[in-house]
Design a protein around this ligand. Structure first.
Ligand code: PLP
Length: 455
């Protein structure tokens, strides 16, 4: 579905909303000061010219970064709610959308399998993880957090902000957290929280959560899961979907906190992350003493359990509407979209195995594939050849967009032992299959890359 196909429905909904929302109040003439300096048509056409300079994120030939346009339902719901522009800080500012947020969070909580929870939406995965680390620090102010070297850099950044020390844990050959390294660390130091990632940003690797949880518990550490990227795939683990290994996802039911970004795999516009805690009592750590708000209801206001104050009620409306249209079920709604992405990655991986010029690094666990050129021996040579291919593929007709990813050469040699380590790091190619359409497109992406190689 394209946004344009929803336009007539959106227009009708906007009119109806306007009438129901303000129709019972006296009409207001526009204030002369609100007349724009330039005609809206002119401004918007100028904007179109600027926006069209973007990479083609919505097209299957674009496999470079974790970017995908939101579903038109999210876009239309956001636009509708933004007419009102509610603020989910408090029920005073966002009465309707606070309830939509609670319902949407209740749906996201089903990804974990917890019976109790406290959670809310955030501006994104960074703030969501910040809140999880903040709660870790409040519970264990003097204990460091253990973070995989494969984890998103946001954890180091936020730990620094919070004054928490970080203990890095090595990565295993599969790109997940190395259990021996974790146990060594737990034995050596009193770790407060182990941060595990389900779906690393670099290669979509799953930390072995089913083993991390019992290990952390044995040493009295909490477990936080960063599922900003891969969290949605937990819904597939509930069904009999052959494309996903359920083990790590099933262990989510035992962790202490969980982050998922609806603006990554959840078809939402940017500005939509979420954090959930299994123990609702952690809400006590948020100091909330607003002299301005919290008057309309004695119910809990979301601002009382969130570090951010103003938050877009429109983001909650968009997520709620999307979850109505695409419920978090393995065999309908969101499930088939995610399964198609996994199949696309697997097909691309298999095609790379057969390719004359390219080879995969390792089998994908989710929908991200690392790969590179055959026939290069030195790590330095490999990096420059990949950078060149990355650029030339984007210049062929039609262009193919893939990404680059920097990896330690000692890690890459688990998979490509023939690489000569003449430098510590090298660069491989990375393709992200977040669009279900890409399932039917992997051959064309590979053909494009082969054409770029042959010049
Ligand atoms: C994207 C990502 C983040 C950061 O989230 P933002 O929404 O970009 O702030 C954190 N962790 C992981 C695993 C991610 O993929």
């Amino acid at each position: 579905m394209r946004p344009i196909e929803l336009m007539p429905t959106l227009e009708l909904s906007l009119r109806t909303l306007w009438e129901r929302w303000l129709g019972h109040l006296p009409e207001v003439a526009a204030h002369p000061s609100t007349m724009p300096d330039r005609s809206p048509e002119e401004v918007l056409f100028r904007l179109v010219a600027r926006l069209a300079e973007s990479y083609p994120f919505g097209h299957p030939q674009y496999a470079a970064q974790m970017l995908k346009p939101p579903h038109p339902i999210a876009w239309a719901a956001y636009a509708l709610a933004m007419v009102i522009n509610p603020n989910n800080h408090a029920l005073d500012g966002g009465p309707a959308t606070t309830y939509l947020e609670r319902e949407a969070i209740g749906e996201l909580a089903r990804l974990t399998g917890w019976e109790t929870f406290l959670g809310h939406l955030t501006g994104g995965g960074t703030v969501a993880n910040l809140e999880a680390l903040f709660v870790s620090r409040e519970l264990h102010p003097d204990r460091p957090v253990a973070v995989g070297e494969n984890a998103h850099y946001t954890h180091r950044r936020m730990a620094h902000l919070l004054g928490l020390s970080v203990r890095p844990i090595a990565m295993n050959a599969q790109g997940g957290m190395d259990l021996d390294a974790l146990e060594d660390m737990l034995r050596r130091e009193r770790i407060g929280t182990v941060v595990a990632t389900l779906g690393t940003t670099g290669m979509g690797a799953l930390d072995p959560l089913e083993e991390i949880v019992p290990l952390a518990r044995r040493y009295g550490a909490r477990v936080h899961v960063d599922g900003a990227y891969g969290g949605y795939f937990a819904l597939l683990a509930r069904g009999r979907v052959p494309e996903v290994e359920p083990g790590a996802f099933r262990a989510l039911s035992e962790v202490d906190s969980f982050v998922v970004d609806p603006h990554k795999h959840g078809l939402q516009p940017y500005g939509c992350g979420a954090v959930l805690f299994r123990d609702p009592a952690v809400g006590r750590f948020y100091r909330h003493d607003s002299p301005y708000t919290y008057f309309t209801s004695s119910e809990l206001h979301l601002g009382e359990v969130s570090l951010e104050c103003s938050r877009a009620g429109a983001a909650a409306a968009a997520l709620w509407a999307t979850l109505q249209a695409f419920p978090l079920e393995p065999d309908r709604g969101m499930g088939p979209i995610l399964s198609a992405c996994l199949r696309a990655a697997r097909d691309f991986y298999r095609a790379l195995e057969r390719s004359e010029h390219l080879r995969p690094v390792l089998a994908p666990q989710l929908d991200i594939v690392l790969f590179g050129l055959r026939g290069k021996s030195r790590a330095s040579e490999l990096a420059s050849a990949h950078e060149q291919l990355f650029r030339s593929a984007a210049r062929i007709d039609p262009p193919v967009y893939v990404g680059l990813y920097r990896v330690p050469v000692r890690w890459l040699r688990h998979h490509w032992p023939d690489i000569i380590p003449d430098q510590a790091e090298t660069t491989v190619l990375r393709a992200v299959f977040m669009r279900p359409e890409q399932e039917a497109w992997t051959d064309r992406i590979l053909d494009g890359l082969e054409a770029a190689i042959q010049g």
